[in-house]
Design a protein around this ligand. Structure first.
Ligand code: ZN
Length: 385
């Protein structure tokens, strides 16, 4: 029992050291010892193991005023790869990156995923990438996949815009590739990416507005997915009792007022145009055309309503928005803030996503590295994609 406890403590300390080098490195052994409150002998032994295992490496010297300059330690992010995919409705994007989500290479495949062929297609594009990768000590350590639908315990449970629910993607890919495969909802991954690569807030919400509307919720540093993995279905909060009907069975859901199809349908209705796009709407808005101004005003009104509800429920430090309209028209941000009640305006930190749609891919990379190393707390300061 004593041996077991010692091994457990050593393993916990090993993860703490690795976590510290990743999040705060490059650091000297002395700095890690001071930061973690562990003896220098303990740190030296763990560091030696991590060096032998090729997780970390020694680089140059730190600058000190007096005495011997200590050697710095940094994580070997180049010793393996992560492959992530964003299974969008009209296109699939694949990213290959290093173990810290950097040196990213993106590949876009414009196609709609069909249920019968989706797994073979994914297997093929992943294998094609793996063949091109130079050899590294760890190879590909994980495959992370962003799903535009709900995911529970690494299984797709519902996909409104394509038909991938219950497909054995994880089992087939894991068997064929011998690499762990992780699935997660796209809005959840975007929230993880914002926390890991941009703002290390304890509590944050990322609102993703595309064909649907979803929120990724980080509470007390952890992704909150709820009992069935469906937490954050913010698009189905009711903002207009008795309002527009929604495929979910309710009326007046937020998604029916601010999703891209909803906004475009409203613009089509008001303008009388037969076909419209977000680009058309943005152009007309900038020309101050009355129909476009009215549609965007409705968008910001309902969005502010949704943000107000999320804010009251969770009180996060920050809410981050990712939508084409707010990306093209960042001047809408103060307008949305104006529409929130006066009491919340003072504390409401509302931001536009800087990662935008790459957040799904980066969030999936974060899931892979976290699972591979067994480390929960990750914050990659100084991130450069
Ligand atoms: Zn609904």
């Amino acid at each position: 029992m004593v041996t077991g406890s010692r091994e457990l403590i050593r393993e916990m300390n090993r993860r703490l050291v690795l976590e510290t080098v990743i999040n705060d490195g490059p650091l000297s052994r002395a700095a890690i010892s001071k930061k973690l409150g562990l003896t220098k002998a303990t740190i030296s032994a763990i560091v030696q193991d991590l060096l032998d295992e090729q997780y970390i490496e020694e680089i140059g010297s730190d600058q000190t005023q007096y005495g011997r300059k200590p050697i710095l330690l940094q994580f070997c992010r180049q010793n393996g790869y992560i492959i992530t995919l964003d299974l969008g409705v009209e296109c699939t994007v694949l990213m290959v990156c290093d173990l810290l989500g950097q040196n990213c290479r993106l590949h876009q495949y414009n196609c709609t995923l069909e249920r019968d062929t989706a797994i073979n297609f994914l297997l093929q594009i992943i294998q094609n990438q793996i063949r091109l990768l130079p050899a590294t000590p760890f190879g590909v350590v994980g495959i992370g996949i962003g799903i535009h639908g709900t995911v529970c315990r690494n299984e797709i449970t519902f996909t409104p815009n394509y038909h991938l629910a219950d497909l054995p993607i994880v089992d087939v890919l894991t068997d064929a590739l011998d690499i762990p495969v992780w699935l997660e909802n796209e809005a959840n991954l975007s929230a993880l990416a914002e926390k890991t690569f941009v703002e290390n807030h304890k509590n944050l919400i990322h609102v993703s507005i595309h064909a649907g509307v979803g929120a990724g919720i980080i509470l007390d540093h952890h992704l909150y997915t709820g009992f069935a993995g469906t937490a954050g279905e913010a698009g189905h909060m009711i903002v207009q009792p008795g309002g527009r009907s929604c495929p979910c069975g309710n009326h007046g859901c937020l998604e029916q007022y601010i999703s891209e199809p909803a906004v475009l349908s409203r613009y089509q209705e008001l303008s009388g145009r037969t076909t419209v796009s977000i680009d058309d709407l943005v152009w007309s808005y900038n020309q101050k055309e009355a129909d476009a101004l009215a549609v965007v005003d409705e968008f910001t009104t309902y969005l502010a309503c949704g943000i107000n509800n999320l804010w009251n429920l969770f009180s996060p430090e920050c809410i981050i928005l990712n939508s084409q309209l707010t990306a093209y028209l960042p001047q809408l941000l103060p307008e949305i803030l104006q529409k929130l009640s006066a009491r919340f305006r003072a504390t409401c930190q509302l931001k536009l996503s800087t990662l935008q749609d790459t957040g799904v891919l980066l969030g999936a990379a974060r899931v892979c590295i976290s699972k591979y190393l067994g480390i929960e707390k990750l914050y990659f300061s100084g991130f450069q994609p």
